[in-house]
Design a protein around this ligand. Structure first.
Ligand code: F6R
Length: 259
């Protein structure tokens, strides 16, 4: 795991955006895995800005990690809507190649299998963007998700429902289930980029990077991935025991040239 610690959330967002920009500059037909949530909003705003400055998404294919079961693409709280508002409406991505699971599919279990198949048909994911739940989830792989799991329907924990309560009018409206890529699906991406900012993520970051490899913290599965970059601000890095070492290896979050 490459752990990059930046002074501020703004600097972490800019670093993560730079990694995405570099991926699609080097490979204009890259397949990106995308995430949603509050952490990603300033990152997508930065990507929109980079697009205004010339970064092209026209050849990119994307697959989002998850969608709530029961919400159609036009539901105001769906991740389909989130992605349009935060990113897709502002860049030149071909909408036909911007995929999310269909939360309102008649058979959501079949939809999960279909979605997994679409990722394979696209040749797999080049760079999977990830946020981190304060309970250690990635995608909606809640604690004790199998580390060998594939795209499927997961029951959300109460803590995840509470974290997402702010986006819904009433508590009862917060969905109880989501279709999510599995942990093994995520691990098949050729590279992963996890962005976490703020003190609320500090414990989960420490468990992910330095804790035991365990289904109780699904993000710890990234320890087994050969090309994962974790981008943090100082607040999210607070509980890391080897923080000084990571900063020595990657001063100011940069790649160090051997010398
Ligand atoms: C959603 C997703 C989740 C979020 C995580 C953090 O697509 O993948 O794993 O990344 O719940 O959400 P925020 O950023 O809102 O704290």
């Amino acid at each position: 795991m490459k752990v990059l610690i930046l002074d501020t959330a703004e600097a972490a967002i800019s670093r993560a955006a730079g990694i995405i920009a570099q991926t699609i500059t080097q490979k204009p037909r890259a397949v990106l895995g995308l995430a949603t949530g509050g952490t990603m909003l300033p990152l997508y705003a930065r990507l929109c800005q980079l697009h205004a400055e010339g970064l092209r998404f026209a050849g990119v294919t994307s697959f989002n990690l998850d969608e709530y079961v029961g919400l159609g693409a036009d539901h105001p709280c769906s991740y389909h809507r989130y992605m349009r508002a935060a990113l897709f409406d502002h860049i030149d991505i071909d909408r036909a190649r911007a995929h999310l699971p269909k939360g309102d599919a008649r058979d959501v279990h079949c939809e999960a299998i279909r979605y997994e198949g679409r990722i394979a048909e696209a040749g797999g994911i080049d760079l999977q963007l990830l946020g981190l739940g304060s309970n250690g989830h990635i995608g909606f792989n809640e604690p004790t998700s199998s580390l060998g799991s594939r795209t499927r329907v997961k029951t959300l924990t109460e803590s995840t429902r509470q974290a997402n309560r702010i986006y819904f009018e009433r508590e009862a409206d917060v969905p109880r289930f989501a279709i999510t890529m599995g942990v093994a699906t995520i691990l098949e991406a050729r590279a992963c980029l996890l962005l976490a900012t703020g003190p609320a993520k500090a414990q989960a970051v420490a468990a992910m990077v330095e804790g035991a490899l365990s289904a109780i913290c699904p993000a710890s599965a990234l320890q087994q991935h050969p090309a994962t970059t974790v981008v943090l601000d100082r607040a999210a890095a607070r509980d890391l025991r080897l923080g000084a070492y990571y900063e020595h290896v990657h001063p100011e979050g940069q790649d160090r040239v051997l010398a």
